[in-house]
Design a binder for this molecule. Structure first.
Ligand code: UD1
Length: 431
């Protein structure tokens, strides 16, 4: 069983390059099956969720040519069915993107219902509302969803909840519907714009992505394209917070500063120094962070996927901070793990009150989901002594070369598979 072992207490210093955005890539890979022509995708992050999605597309019959770790060519002219079987698909939330993509192109899709991180109930009613408005019949049978339509027709859809997944999914199906779709109360996250740009590069007609009204004029078919995925906003934010948490000095390269505004603003409030460049941000951590308050909101608000990293920083701030999680109902479980390290917090419903401590102490802890896992690594790197983190498969789902990137910044971290390897790490890092 793979675990991370860390010896904390060293500020992280240096430069790190941000990989392609996992959540954009998941939508884009699904959308790549919507044409029979070649699609070349660059800046693909080499992480587990992406490889699961590629396997599912391969199982559908598409030809996948992995040119290198971060580049893939997909040709879906060989797709032979619309049944997604892969058991793995249940493990990733974004399996639902294949519904929109297959329904758009083939007017039929049979897909296992999504899994993903256990951070709440995460229904897909808004996705179904959209597909039904376009004329599809959607049947949930056990843990499988079947969607089919004689024809898809553009419609006026108002989302009751701002949903990233529903926005992308409906956009994909509507791209190949007949006529015009207006999607209101759409989510505005950077990866929605990226999937829209990708579809437009295939000949779709999608306007307004990035605002809360998206207008889609259906086209009869899509063509091949070459596309490079945007940098991962959440990975970038994780390294920015890593600098704050370890009192380091990190230049985070290959990001889009505009996407980072909520995160930069919060770090400034906490006392960090920030330099913004065209495609990089340098964060210098404060000697002792100031407390702050965070409420997670859809973009451009503070991302829920950065909430655990922010709470970890608050755990080390001088004073009391308050975090309100307004997107997912079950996203504070990692605070129990931080408590094992000496963190002090109290959770009431969707609010966590965090009292900063001077130092965290190394402990045996476990990752409870992807972003919480990354946040606990940050905690381990700041803590006194050794931390062993289990269940790190969550982290491998979404962070490319995580421990290597951290090691390049001076972190003492290793992936270990046995007690012997843990002892060896301790011998090698003994003072
Ligand atoms: C996506 C991201 C995830 C991120 C989240 C919010 C991917 C693969 N995942 O997840 O990392 O944390 O956006 O930024 O891109 N909801 C409903 N009904 C629906 C759909 C959503 O009630 O049909 C609710 C959800 O339970 C949640 C909220 O709406 O409370 C937002 O969810 P949504 O934006 O859809 O998140 P995901 O697309 O699942």
């Amino acid at each position: 069983m793979a675990q991370y072992i860390m010896k904390g207490g060293r500020p992280l210093n240096g430069e790190v390059n941000v990989s392609g955005a996992k959540n954009a890539a998941l939508g884009i890979l699904a959308a790549a099956v919507m044409t029979d022509e070649n699609v070349l995708i660059e800046n693909l992050p080499d992480v587990r969720d992406i490889n699961v999605m590629l396997d599912a597309i391969r199982e559908l019959g598409a030809t996948i040519d992995r040119i290198d770790r971060n580049t893939v060519r997909i040709n879906a002219s060989t797709v032979s069915g619309v049944d997604v079987h892969s058991e793995n698909m249940r493990r990733i939330r974004a399996s639902y993107y294949l519904i929109g993509a297959l329904l758009g192109k083939y007017k039929r899709a049979n897909v296992p219902l999504p899994g993903g991180c256990a951070i709440g109930a995460r229904p897909i009613d808004q996705h179904l509302k959209g597909f039904r408005a376009l004329g599809a019949e959607c049947v949930v049978d056990g843990d499988k969803l079947s969607a089919s339509a004689e024809r898809l027709t553009g419609s006026h859809i108002y989302l009751d909840i701002v949903s990233v997944g529903a926005t992308i999914n409906i956009m994909m199906a509507a791209a190949l519907a007949e006529g015009r779709t207006i999607l209101e109360n759409a989510a505005k996250e950077p990866h929605i714009v990226d999937v829209a740009n990708f579809l437009n590069s295939m000949g779709a007609s999608i306007r307004g992505a990035g605002t809360d009204v998206i207008r889609i004029t259906g086209v009869p078919k899509l063509h091949g394209t070459e596309y490079s995925i945007i940098p991962d906003q959440i990975e970038a934010g994780t390294f920015m917070f890593a600098s704050a948490i370890t009192r380091g000095d990190i230049m985070v390269r290959n990001l889009i500063p505009k996407h980072m505004e909520a995160i930069s603003a919060k770090l400034l409030e906490m006392g960090c120094i920030i330099w913004e460049f065209d495609d990089a941000i340098r964060v210098v951590g404060a000697q002792r962070l100031r407390p702050t308050n965070v409420k997670t909101l859809p973009y451009p608000g503070f991302p829920t996927d950065m909430q655990p990293q922010a709470s970890t920083a608050m755990s080390l701030a001088k004073g009391t901070s308050v975090v309100v999680e307004s997107i997912f109902e079950n996203r504070f479980r990692y605070l129990d793990e931080l408590a094992r390290m000496g963190g002090i917090s109290k959770v009431e419903g969707s609010t966590a009150t965090i009292t900063g401590v001077e130092k965290l102490k190394g402990a045996q802890i476990k990752a409870c989901d992807l972003r919480a896992g990354a946040a606990l690594v940050m905690a381990g790197l700041a803590a006194e002594g050794y931390t062993v983190l289990s269940d790190i498969e969550y982290i491998q789902r979404g962070y490319e070369h995580f421990e290597q990137k951290l090691r390049n910044l001076g972190a003492q971290i290793a992936l270990v598979n046995s007690d012997e390897e843990i002892r060896e790490f301790m011998r090698n890092t003994a003072d």
